[in-house]
Design a protein around this ligand. Structure first.
Ligand code: HEC
Length: 155
């Protein structure tokens, strides 16, 4: 008797859940125009923040900025990570390499890898390389770097 009741409750709950899921997927397209606009704005805001940091001497202590050596994110090669970096001595992520440049060429203090600043620098570098093919491990730098005059930039 009790088993029957449990079974009945189970079937009922599953039925309600299925109806809810079907109803929800029918009434709503994957993303509304407004949601897409908001998502894109949020991304561009992060990229802009990264652009500012990329051009700011505050990441280091010697007045240099990332843009001095990587104008328009040139030669930051985000599409080639992860890859073995001989100066780090192991397979490194893009974030580890960004920290290497903050520490060595900029003589600054490394950023926590999950910080907003790190995410912004990463977002800027990757966004400037959109369209590049992923090539993890590439040390040949076979792809032409992003150039100041021809980099895709952002709106
Ligand atoms: C004084 C010049 C200089 C400055 C300033 C500088 N870098 Fe670099 N960066 C280098 C050099 C040199 C390498 C190549 C190191 C290597 O691969 O051995 C490099 C490599 C990189 C790479 C990896 C590229 C690859 O394909 O291996 C990234 C990413 C990077 N830099 C990001 C940054 C960021 C972000 C900043 C600012 C925080 C910065 N760099 C500032 C000189 C600089």
């Amino acid at each position: 008797m009790r088993i029957k009741r449990y079974l009945l409750t189970g079937v009922l709950a599953a039925g309600i859940l299925t109806t809810l899921i079907i109803k929800d997927s029918k009434s709503k397209p994957p993303f509304e125009e407004e949601e897409l606009k908001l998502m894109n704005e949020e991304l561009i805001n992060l990229v802009k923040k990264g652009d500012e940091l990329w051009h700011s001497p505050k990441l280091g202590t010697n007045g240099l900025t990332c843009a001095n050596c990587h104008p328009d994110a040139a030669n930051s090669n985000p599409h080639t990570f992860p890859k073995y970096q001989s100066n780090i001595g192991k397979v490194a992520t893009l974030r580890e390499m960004i920290n290497w440049c903050i520490q060595i060429p900029l003589k600054g203090k490394t950023l926590p890898e999950d910080s907003e600043e790190m995410k912004a620098l990463e977002a800027y570098s990757i966004y400037m390389h959109r369209g590049f093919k992923l090539k993890p491990g590439d040390n040949e730098k076979a792809y032409p770097p992003v150039r100041v005059e021809s980099g895709p930039g952002y709106p």
